[in-house]
Design a protein around this ligand. Structure first.
Ligand code: NAP
Length: 335
């Protein structure tokens, strides 16, 4: 019988996750029942939302219950199938969880697209949820027009770096905000952003005045907090904000405060729209993946993946998202 190592939620974190928040157990694994598929997990997607799911705050999915396996997206290979449509050796993705194996109902899994000439990790980054978040969150949510100025926060991250490059393809002036000179150099020298602001060492408001002389038309927000306060103060009338994430608040027990200058939404008639990528899982998803694939192959979109190793390291790896030590899409390879 196979043994399955799994991280269960033992207590709800109150800041960065610590080992005491988890129980690391080894359990016997049953064979798949009718309609089920047994998957050997290969890569886990390490996402800011893993941390959201560990809280019991109001959110877009049910929180992970105490005693449940930590929910996480991932890619794996089918070991045994007791369901039509899946066969041993198929590569699949789904919410596989922080565990070596996932026993899943077939309808909770998707087969990876075939015939695309990319490494498998692309399906957890540029051609997966991350890339589609950037694609729909920019093109659909705020409908940018050529010549406009786009500012993106969390710009060197998995979503932000793709947002900026789609902005360049759409003919926008693109300014990124990221932590540290190396990330800022990557944005301007490798990805072609028009400018980058290191929020850890610069006065963000002053740099925005310098780099956005005609103001900001579109803001793609990944972080919230003081960075967004600074951006709001530079928005143009009728500007649009795509509210993708608020990572600056995910480790806090307190609800994240609204922008300090909330009144700017009124004075400048801003349109601020939150979105959750799950709402786009449908017929348009495949078109987005095809567009992104074309841009990757044409060299118009570059992407970085940061691969860590070992299931036992999952809690420490998750914390990399919060100190900014990840470069691009953070993944955990576990087999
Ligand atoms: N709405 C949706 O459906 C959806 C889907 C996917 C992701 N998201 C959101 O998108 C955002 C980015 O996710 P991702 O997966 O692409 O992660 P990521 O950007 O690759 O990694 C997180 C980055 O956030 C930055 N960060 C951490 N703490 C910060 C703080 N206090 N202030 C400013 N920046 C901070 C760090 O970059 P620096 O080094 O630059 O600080 C870090 O590298 C998150 O907010 C996530 O929740 C939303």
């Amino acid at each position: 019988m196979l043994k399955n190592r799994r991280f269960l939620l033992a207590s709800r974190p109150t800041g960065k996750v610590v080992l005491e928040n988890f129980k690391f157990v080894t359990e016997d694994l049953a064979a798949p029942k009718v309609g089920e598929v047994l998957v050997r997990n290969q890569y886990l997607s390490v996402d800011p939302t893993n941390r959201i799911w560990m809280t019991d705050a109001d959110q877009y999915m049910p929180p992970i219950a105490l005693g449940e396996v930590i929910r996480a997206g991932g890619i794996g290979v089918v070991l045994e199938s007791n369901a039509p449509g899946f066969a041993k050796g198929d590569l699949v993705n789904g919410l596989l969880g922080w565990q070596d194996y996932a026993l899943q109902p077939a309808q909770a899994l998707q087969k990876l697209p075939t015939g695309l000439d990319v490494p498998v990790t692309a399906f957890l980054s540029v051609l997966g949820m991350t890339g589609c978040t950037a694609y729909f969150g920019l093109l659909d949510v705020v409908n940018p027009r050529a010549g406009e100025t786009l500012v993106v926060s969390g710009a060197a991250g998995a979503v932000g770096s793709i947002v900026g490059q789609i902005g360049l393809i759409a003919g926008l002036r693109v300014i990124g905000i990221a932590g540290g000179p190396a990330k800022c150099r990557w944005l301007t020298e490798d990805l072609g952003f028009h400018g980058a602001i290191d929020y850890k060492s610069e006065d963000v408001e002053a740099s925005l005045r310098r780099l956005c002389p005609s103001g900001i038309d579109v803001y793609f927000d990944n972080v919230g907090g003081p960075i967004s306060d600074a951006v709001f103060s530079r928005m143009n009338n009728h500007g649009r904000v795509s509210l993708c994430g608020l990572i600056s608040g995910y480790n806090s027990q307190e609800p994240l405060a609204a922008p300090r200058n909330y009144a700017q939404i009124l004075m400048k008639r801003l349109n601020v729209r939150g979105f959750i990528i799950l709402d786009y899982m449908g017929p348009r998803w495949g078109q987005a993946v095809q567009s992104m694939y074309g841009w990757v192959k044409a060299g118009k979109i570059k992407y970085a993946v940061d691969v860590e190793h070992g299931l036992e390291n999952a809690p420490a790896v998750l914390n990399k998202l919060f100190d900014g030590s990840n470069t691009g899409k953070l993944l955990l390879q576990i087999s």
